[in-house]
Design a protein around this ligand. Structure first.
Ligand SMILES: [Fe+2]
Length: 179
């Protein structure tokens, strides 16, 4: 399985979206691999980290976000679980979990209900394995609008405010583990 082949297949006919997805995902994969290299004691599965980081955002192809060339029908917040559905259909159930659990620093069930987010409630949206946590963490440093720019930790924290107080706290805890 070559992640880039999958991204190409799902972006067929939309080169601009393929560019966003490949650049962003490569940035996240490189950041995650760099952090993993700093922590051999964590025994992370590096092949999996790279593949799953490259695929974590594939669900954006089904979402509506014209500013980043997405012309699907779903709200953007759905891209995690939609990506998971795609990856399960491709026989990649472990990679699917990374996609499903990477929004914000993970979304708690109560938060989803309170905010009325349009997500199926029969799933878990918080990263569990260390690989899931690492990719979610690395992802927070990059946006899809400024593809080549790495945010400072302070800017990441500010950008997490929209997901509630617990989110920035989680990010700070990850910084201690992974950075
Ligand atoms: Fe991402």
């Amino acid at each position: 399985m070559k992640p880039i082949d999958l991204l190409q297949r799902y972006c067929q006919g939309n080169e601009a979206l393929l560019e966003v997805l490949t650049v962003h995902s490569r940035k996240v994969a490189d950041k995650a691999l760099k952090l993993a290299a700093k922590h051999p004691e964590l025994n992370l599965d590096l092949k999996f980290v790279e593949e799953a980081a490259l695929l974590h955002d594939i669900g954006i192809v089904r979402c509506n976000a014209p500013s980043i060339h997405c012309y699907g029908e779903y709200p953007y917040v759905c891209h995690g679980y939609l990506g998971a559905d795609i990856l399960r259909s491709e026989g990649l159930p472990q990679h699917a979990l990374v996609a499903e659990r990477h929004t914000g620093t993970g979304l708690q069930h109560d938060y989803i209900v309170e905010q009325g987010l349009p997500l199926p409630l029969d799933r878990l949206y918080e990263p569990v394995s260390l690989e899931e946590q690492l990719i979610c963490y690395a992802d927070k440093y990059y946006s899809k609008t400024h593809l080549y720019e790495e945010k400072s930790p302070e800017r990441v924290e500010a950008s997490l405010e929209k997901w509630g107080d617990a989110s920035a706290e989680r990010f700070r805890a990850w910084r201690k583990i992974f950075d």
